[in-house]
Design a protein around this ligand. Structure first.
Ligand code: FES
Length: 122
């Protein structure tokens, strides 16, 4: 009998991300990147900008394979919190560091700009 959890069982993992203590249930072999990508963004579900950004990403074709989408959305939330009406250069700088191999970035930039315009119009 092993005292180690089965590979398929989830374990509670505690860590600090962006200065906030977090506890998640994760598989022992799950990469931190996947935990952050799959669970952290869910922690933003109730954020006022999430629905607007998700809809604009879909409408503008800013999400294709979806690999980069959580990072892009989180960066966009941060950008729009700091700068509600960003110029294209602000959007480019705000999302810098998130790599997308699918969209060529313009659809993503347009999605963020569209969300910003819609937010101001509300
Ligand atoms: Fe595929 Fe960005 S949508 S990497």
């Amino acid at each position: 009998m092993s005292l180690l959890p089965a590979a398929s069982a989830k374990c509670e993992v505690s860590f600090t991300v962006n200065g906030h203590a977090k506890k998640v249930l994760a598989h022992p072999m799950e990469r931190l990147l996947d935990v952050l990508r799959n669970d952290t963004i869910e922690g933003m579900a109730a954020h006022a900008l999430m629905k607007l950004l998700q809809e604009s990403f879909l409408e503008c074709g800013g999400a294709q394979c979806g690999i980069c989408t959580p990072g892009m959305i989180l960066a966009a939330v941060h950008l729009l919190e700091k700068k509600p009406q960003p110029a294209l250069t602000d959007i480019r700088e705000g999302l810098a560091g998130n790599l997308c191999r699918c969209t060529g970035y313009m659809q993503i930039f347009e999605a963020v700009a569209k969300a910003a315009r819609q937010r101001v119009a509300q």
